[in-house]
Design a protein around this ligand. Structure first.
Ligand code: PMP
Length: 417
């Protein structure tokens, strides 16, 4: 499939905003959805809608089959060893909270250490702060270098017999840093620590193999992977999940309930209390099927080209300052434009139909470290085009130089590559 036909699969990209063709550069916040994902969700509600598991009727059987096939699809996507290791969640945030409360809380003792990094999203900070308060454990933080890489020498110094958990992001949502997680995991394992990887930004850019990485837990959100919101995945090593108590309680997660005692269901259902997000799981499986038909190396190469071109063009803009320039970087560009508040830049770009994100990106400790109130963030996806990057840079140039916008020529999706 050519890149232009890949783009055509995303209906939301074919619209105009403020009279301009939409240029969607907010992919780190959430990705657009391909037609086939939208259709899979719609088809479920049109034809198969029923609750899953235990149903005696055909619709329930069809819903259950699609739901469990989706789990198998995710297992293959990240190369988990078993479907029992795939737990449905609402997203990355819920997954980290589950690990903090069900895995870490019963194990942590006062003085035990949890290592995080300065690059973390609040979702990988606050659940650990809560569990640290509950248990008396301490949080240690790997600092970053000036370019936004992790300072790995400092990581080595922080590791000790007291380290119980190392939890870090695979890719920074703010600076784009691709962390060398395989090496980080190997080092943590020498001290017997459990490693949690926040894959929210990674699964759409990198091919992830949890067994090869050797992590204990890996988390991601469907909505950043071309799937619906409200569905996510917690991967956990089976032996760890078996040993963990349930987190939420109710239907689905039990085997037998009586007022004298209750026994819990087997994996993965032990962690899936209540009616799950069935259509979300089906949509996520469809998104994975969509991706698996594409050449992911080619997509990644295109994203690198977009990022390089954006950096080249923006570097010539007066007052443009890129925030961070990590050695290995995903297609996420954080910047400031001198004397322009980031929010104003976002609003002016929106007038041109260009969607970016502004603010602290749920990474306030990182902003504090960088001594910045926030940044403008443009995040590129394989469905973006070089022409879109050029139009984005032109719009920034105009904002930087106080020029006025003119009505853009009409651009059809076909002319974008
Ligand atoms: N971690 C990272 C690195 C993220 O970028 C995000 C989403 N911005 C999250 C965690 C939280 O994901 P969600 O809101 O889908 O739970």
């Amino acid at each position: 499939m050519s890149l232009s036909s890949v783009r055509k699969a995303f209906p939301a990209l074919q619209q105009q905003i403020n009279g301009q063709p939409l240029i969607y550069l907010d992919n780190a916040a959430t990705t657009q959805k391909p037609e086939q994902v939208i259709r899979a969700v719609e088809d479920f509600y049109r034809q198969d809608n029923a609750n899953v598991h235990r149903g005696a009727h055909q619709l329930s059987e069809r819903a259950t089959t699609a739901f469990e096939n989706a789990r198998a699809e995710v297992k293959g996507f990240i190369n988990a060893a078993s479907e029992k290791e795939i737990i449905w969640t609402r997203g990355t945030t819920e997954g980290i909270n589950l690990i903090a409360q069900s895995f870490a809380r019963p194990r942590l003792q006062p003085g035990d250490e949890i290592i995080l990094t300065e690059l973390e999203h609040h979702a990988n900070i606050v659940p650990w702060q809560i569990v640290a308060e509950q248990t008396g454990a301490l949080i240690k933080v790997i600092p970053i270098k000036e370019n936004g890489d992790l300072n790995l020498e400092k990581y080595t110094e922080l590791l000790s017999e007291r380290t119980r958990i190392v939890s870090l992001t695979h890719i920074s949502n703010t600076l784009g840093t691709i962390n060398p997680v395989a090496g980080i995991i190997r080092q943590a394992k020498k001290f017997g620590a459990t490693v949690v990887i926040d894959g929210a930004q990674a699964v759409s850019h990198l091919e992830v193999d949890v067994q090869r990485l050797g992590c204990d837990f890996y988390l991601f959100s469907g909505h950043k992977l071309f799937a619906p919101t409200g569905i996510g995945v917690l991967y956990g090593r089976q032996d760890l999940l078996e040993a963990m108590p349930p987190w939420q309680a109710g239907g689905e997660m039990i085997r037998k309930v009586s007022f004298t005692g209750t026994s819990y269901n087997e994996l993965p259902f032990k962690f899936e209390a209540g009616t799950p997000n069935i259509s979300g799981a089906i949509g996520l499986a469809e998104a994975i099927r969509f991706l698996s038909r594409l050449d992911r190396k080619k997509l990644a190469a295109h994203e690198r080209r977009l990022m390089q071109r954006a950096i080249e063009l923006c570097s010539d803009i007066p007052g443009f300052t890129r925030i961070g320039s990590p050695t290995a970087c995903a297609s996420i560009l954080s910047f400031q434009l001198n004397s322009h508040h980031q929010q104003d830049v976002g609003l002016m770009l929106d007038q041109q139909g260009i969607a970016v994100r502004t603010g602290h990106h749920c990474a306030m400790p990182l902003m504090e470290k960088l001594k910045l109130p926030g940044t403008v963030r443009a995040s590129f996806c394989f469905y973006n085009t070089l022409e879109e990057v050029e139009r984005f840079a032109q719009a920034l140039q105009l904002i930087a130089t106080g020029g006025s916008f003119h009505t853009a020529d009409t651009v059809t999706p076909d002319s974008l590559f």
